[in-house]
Design a protein around this ligand. Structure first.
Ligand SMILES: [Zn+2]
Ligand SMILES: [Zn+2]
Length: 348
């Protein structure tokens, strides 16, 4: 099923000179195009695709972080039926979902991975911290994985393509599961030195990256502390832990991961993407994913700050970035350029 990719060089993450693409942007290298492996391989690109795999204990921790919140998500209906859901738990959960969610979509994804805008230092650190609260992994690994995904979308080398096991019904069912979260358990680490050298060179970001475990603990423990204090009861702490920690984490996990699975199989493809790249716009996830499910548009123009570029396509991450720009904390935003998207209109 997989096509060989030995001749395909990384493109979306690094330009052929091996620099982060936002550096290339500044110098006017506008296009994200597939290029053949250059004769003289530049330093970052010549590094292997993978680095040392994580230790086995990390897989056990990962399993707990993925499975326990998911079980809570599965239990929401009986719990809501039996004990209800208080407005307070809903409010704490919503705020936590918004903070971690925008941290991932506007922060980890559009800013750190794709350089869709620039931000003042305190906001850069804040976005890195907020995204870490989603418990989707430490920032530098997250960005390296995602840049690798764009460089090899739906071909060999993509860390989480749902087409991995072929286009048959069983192959796709297996592939969707793999793209959803099976890939996390591969014990395969994308080489950060190759795919995220810009973040490795940034002291602030290295610090946030190192603090991932304490930040994860804050994300899990803050809701029950707040719920317990506001209701002055253990019961309030427990229900806040269930709804605003476990259920909120699982929901954001699976919404984010659905972009990797569903949005590479089902939906509309108004814009042309690279051969083999199946990225599609899947409207039912637009609101809950903060606009990330306009994934075909995103793969057609990865550095664009807005993914919902067509009329009526809600994109709250783009609105969030717009508000930050109005406040003066964000600048050089790469808003959609109609002629770029027109040039990418799918012909069929
Ligand atoms: Zn994708
Ligand atoms: Zn992306």
């Amino acid at each position: 099923m997989w096509r060989g990719t030995s001749a395909v060089a990384i493109t979306a993450a690094l330009d052929p000179g091996g620099r982060p693409h936002n550096a290339a942007r500044r110098e006017g290298a506008m296009e994200m195009v597939v290029v053949e492996q250059p004769a003289r391989a530049p330093s970052a690109v010549s590094k292997p695709m993978l680095e040392e795999p994580p230790p086995r204990w990390a897989v056990v921790v990962l399993a707990v972080v993925v499975v326990v919140p998911f079980l809570a998500l599965m239990a929401t209906v009986p719990v809501a039926w039996g004990w209800g859901l208080s407005w307070l738990d809903l409010a704490i959960g919503l705020v936590a979902y918004l903070v971690a969610g925008f941290g991932v979509t506007a922060g980890f994804h559009r800013y750190f991975t794709h350089g869709a805008f620039k931000a003042v230092r305190w906001l850069r650190v804040t976005l890195a911290v907020a995204g870490s609260l989603a418990l989707e992994g430490a920032i530098i690994q997250w960005v390296a994985d995602h840049r690798r995904h764009h460089a090899y979308a739906d071909r060999e080398g993509d860390p989480h393509s749902p087409w991995r096991y072929g286009a048959t019904v069983t192959g796709l069912a297996k592939g969707l599961l793999f793209a959803q979260c099976g890939w996390l358990f591969q014990r395969e680490s994308t080489n950060r030195a190759r795919f995220a050298p810009d973040l490795l060179a940034d002291r602030d970001i290295r610090t946030v990256d190192r603090l991932f475990l304490p930040l994860a603990a804050v994300s899990v423990l803050a809701p029950p502390v707040i719920g317990g204090l506001l209701t002055w009861s253990w019961h309030g702490a427990l229900t806040a832990f269930f709804w605003a920690s476990l259920v909120r984490i699982a929901l954001l996990h699976h919404v984010t991961w659905s972009i990797n699975s569903i949005c590479h199989v089902y939906g509309q493809r108004p814009f042309a993407t690279r051969t083999d790249d199946h990225a599609a716009n899947f409207w039912p996830l637009a609101i809950i994913s903060f606009g990330e499910s306009w994934h075909n548009s995103h793969h057609a123009d990865p550095t664009c700050a807005r993914h919902g570029v067509l009329p009526g396509q809600l994109d709250s991450s783009a609105r969030f970035i717009w508000l930050l720009e109005k406040a003066g904390w964000v600048f050089d935003v790469r808003w959609p350029q109609p002629q770029r998207f027109e040039a990418r209109r799918a012909t069929k």
